[in-house]
Ligand binder design. Sequence first.
Ligand SMILES: *Cc1c(COP(=O)(O)O)cnc(C)c1O
Length: 385
Amino acid sequence: MTPDARGYFGSFGGRFVPEVLIAALDELEKATAAAFADAAFWNEYHAVLRDFVGRPSPIYQSERYTAAVSAVPLVLKREDTNHTGAHKINNTVGQGLLARRMGKSRLLAETGAGQHGVATATVGAKLGLPVDVYMGARDVERQALNVHVMRLLGAQVHAVSSGTQTLKDATNEAFRVWAERIEDTFYVIGSVVGAHPYPYLVRELQKVIGVEARRQVLERYGRLPSDVVACVGGGSNAIGIFAGFLDDPEVSLWGVEAGGEGAGKNAASLGAGSVGVLHGSRSYLLQSEDGQVLPTHSIGAGLDYPGVGPEHAYLKESGRARYVSVTDAQAIDAFHEFARSEGIVPALESAHAIAFARILAAERGAHDLILVNLSGRGDKDLGAS
Ligand SMILES: *Cc1c(COP(=O)(O)O)cnc(C)c1O
C-alpha cells in the first residue's frame, strides 16, 4: 500500500521531527514522486543493480537443512550474493541516484553495526559524492573492520561520544548535522524507518527483492510459496520481500524479530514493545512506562534496534503479516547448522529467519513451499559466533 497524504500506514508513520527538517522532507517527498514517475530513474537504478550489485540475486533450494524434519521445499532468496554482502546496497544505490538527481553534493548516514555505513560509502565512491558517516564511539571500536572499509572507500567516519555512544546517539547527531546542511546534503536512511517519506522510499527500493523472488519461484515451481520468512530489525529486507506478495492472500508472511536472551534483554519491538514515537515516526518500540527508550540486545548487530518501521506495525495490526521471535541461542545454532549443511555462512541476522523456517517446516509438507530471505552473508559475524 501507499501511505496516505500525511505519510501514514493506518495509524502508523507520519512526521515527528523538528520544524527545520519539514522543508527538507517536503523537498524529498516531491523529488521521490518525480523520480518514481520517471522511467529514466528506474532504468538507471536497475542498470546499476545489474552491473554493480549483481542482480537479480538467485533463488536456491536448500538440500539438507530441513530434510530431516520435512519434505517442504525450503527456498532461499540469495541477497548474500550482492556486492557488499547484503540487501542494504539496493537501498543505498537508489538513494544515491536520487541525491544526484536532486543536485545534492554530499551524503550523510548514521550506522550502528557499520553495514549501512559501508553500503553508503560504497555508493558515494561509485557516484563521486563525499560521504559523512556518524557512528557511536563504542560502535567505532566494536566494528573496527567496517570502519576500516568505510575509510578505505573514502568516507569520513565521525565517532559520537554522547549518551550510550551507540546507534541512537549517532542518529541524533546525524539529524543535528542534517538540519545545519539541508541545502547540499542528502540523508541516506538505512531501513524502512524515520519520518515520511523514508519508510515508503526505502520500501520501494527494496521491493526488487520480492518482485524478483515471486517471478523466480513461479518460473521454477509453477506455484507461489505458502510462506515467506524474513528477519526484522528496522524491517527493510522483510518489507522488501513481503512487498512482492502483499496482494497474494494465500501467501503467509512471517517477520522474525530478535528474541535475544529473553524477557527484558531483546530487540523484539513488535512482540515485546508498545506504540510510541522514535526517530520521526509512530510505530512500536521498546520503551519504559514513562516513554524512555529501553536498551536492546541481539547477537545480530543489525537487529539490535529499539524500533521498527511503521508499515510493519500496520501489517501486524491488520493481521496480514505475523511476527515471531528467535533467541540468540537458536540463531547461533541455525548459523552453524546451516553453514555445515548448505555450504553457505549466513549473517547472524539472517540466521534468525533460517531458525524460524525450520520450526515452520515441521508443520509444512511437500505441496507447500517456504521462501526465506537470506538477507546477508556471515563473514562479518565470525568474531561473534
Ligand atoms: C542490517 C541488516 C538486517 C536488518 O535490517 P532490516 O532493515 O531489518 O532488513 C538484516 N540482515 C542483514 C544481513 C543486515 O545487514
